[in-house]
Design a protein around this ligand. Sequence first.
Ligand SMILES: [Mg+2]
Length: 355
Amino acid sequence: MKITKIHAKSVELKLIEPFVTAALTRTHQSTVLVKVETDEGVFGIGESVATRHIVGETIDSILASLKELEIQLIGINPLNIELIHSIMDKYLVYNSGAKAGIDIALYDIKGKIMNAPLYKVLGGFRNTLETDVTISIDSIDNMVSSALKSVNKGFKELKIKIGLDPKKDIEAIKRIREAVGSDVSLKADANQGYSITDAIIVLNEILKYDIILTEQPVPYWDINGMAQIRSKTNMPVVTDEAVHNHYDAMKYIKSDACDMVNIKLMKSAGIFKAEKINAVCEASNIRCMVGCMVESRVAIAAGAHFAASKKNIIETDLDAFLLTEELPYLSGGFTNKNGNITLLESPGLGLEVEF
Ligand SMILES: [Mg+2]
């Protein structure tokens, strides 16, 4: 079997409500759907999200990378995934989103060839997940009502975006906890927004409201800052924007700079290296979560299959399909009931796509 073509289709995802984090505010998200075709008629679907503020890629750079990578990969067996990553990395450093689109499509093909759903191809630890739902930064009243709305719909886990204003953040978390009661699990994510001092103050304060973890309180480059924060709080500190691959994960673990790693396929160039991050973490007794960008059902399905396949992945933040208007020509992969995701048993990602 040989790769014969890599198609790319750029798409604009519309957010149902503006998505506000300490990093930026968005009403739309650009992404690229990828289709890898073979000479045997089997094809795979993937996705490359343009997350310029995290990995530095734009729609134009992704489309250009995919075109160049296509030339390198035509004629290669799509099941030779390690070889394909080695070719991609030798030809083009970074550009993890473009590579993720190809990688996800290759795993979709692998599942189809094996006639097994991807979560089983990758390990098959479970077939269901509980995703949290994200509460954007807004006025405290709006954050509380958005949290209540999700809880009333049946969601049991919320992730609250903080990182712009320490005092307001503490008050928002206090008010949300009071409103939702003690049965709802709460996480926080500062998206690199704090100084070290502010992070230590906020994390220690919000511990009182039973926040189970906080993501990336300080900028991605501040590995010493993360270690310092960890030494001064009992809050589990998760690294997100700072860890893209297994090399980053190793550095963070060796520096005692995280309690958990948030793996995202767009940072790790797909599933192949996401497995390596998880293995490095597992060997260091560090648990992982799987998160997402603002992305379509394709990348969410890939993240969910990966997360479900591994015992060491204990948290999931795969709610983008709830925050965006879904594409009419894209369905399947998984079902969702109030954040409870069940993977389909169809081969590969299990998606129905027409493009
Ligand atoms: Mg995060």
